[in-house]
Design a protein around this ligand. Structure first.
Ligand code: HEM
Length: 229
């Protein structure tokens, strides 16, 4: 049987002697592929589309940033985006962070308590698993002015690529999301093509339900046409 995709590789791997891939690990890997690897980025792309459709000033600023990239390229407009161009997309990264902050697509992260801890008069015993509820931080008026407003400019001059005590959308510390940069590249490339090549508008859907991840019960429907036909 030819080995083509991820599942084929896993099946082949399970047949080997002394493989680490027992049934539990296979299920975990497939769960990771579908949820962490696919659902996350596709949800982020849907969310960012919704937010920028509702904020024409953000869309205008994004379009400015990406059209400047095309103008400065000096190559064919159709050549691929370079790593340097990707890294220069400061406003785009601000939009991505703001999307992750406001949507709280990952509502919590888990940690094991390594030693007894005292917090606000409570003892959290060693060995317990705790969940840090990220919206409590990301939507706190103490940490973010008008926290429920989608405002990418709030990220101006701030760290955009690492977790911090006030932003844990991709986690924090040694367990920081391994796919963070990968998903940001995908979102940035999507936005680049969306704003430079197409006129588009949302005409249906966009409502969000949390259970506990964000879902779009009615999808989000956009009308789209090429800008320069
Ligand atoms: C917008 C997209 C994404 C968001 C918001 C996101 C968010 C997160 C968060 C909050 C964590 C927990 C980190 C922690 O406990 O400190 C995490 C972990 C993880 N993510 Fe993502 N993620 C995204 C995309 C991806 C993608 C595309 C992949 C794979 C290609 C991925 C793979 C993982 C893995 C394997 C972990 C576990 C890391 C570990 O425990 O060491 N994620 N992610």
């Amino acid at each position: 049987m030819p080995v083509n995709d991820f599942l084929d590789h896993i099946v082949e791997e399970t047949k080997k002697e002394d493989t680490f891939l027992n049934d539990t690990n296979v299920v975990n890997l497939l769960f990771g592929l579908l949820l962490a690897g696919y659902e996350s980025t596709s949800h982020a792309i849907t969310l960012v589309t919704k937010f920028i459709s509702e904020h024409p000033n953000v869309l205008a600023e994004l379009t400015k940033e990406h059209e400047a990239i095309l103008e400065n390229r000096g190559l064919s407009e159709n050549s691929d985006i370079t790593w340097e161009e990707y890294k220069s997309m400061t406003f785009t990264h601000m939009v991505i962070n703001e999307t992750i902050r406001l949507s709280n697509m990952v509502p919590g992260i888990f940690r094991k308590v390594m030693k007894d801890m005292q917090i606000n008069g409570y003892t959290i015993p060693k060995g317990w698993i705790i969940m840090a509820a990220l919206p409590v931080v990301h939507l706190s008026a103490d940490k973010y002015e008008n926290p429920f407003v989608f405002n990418p400019w709030r990220w101006q001059g701030k760290e955009l690529n690492a977790g911090s005590k006030t932003f844990m959308g991709f986690g924090i510390g040694v367990r920081l999301c391994v796919g963070a940069e990968f998903s940001k590249v995908q979102i940035a490339v999507y936005l680049h093509h969306l704003v430079t090549k197409y006129n588009w508008s949302v005409y249906k859907g966009g409502e969000i339900i949390r259970r506990p991840m964000n879902t779009f019960p009615n999808g989000i429907h956009i009308k789209i046409e090429e800008k320069y036909q």
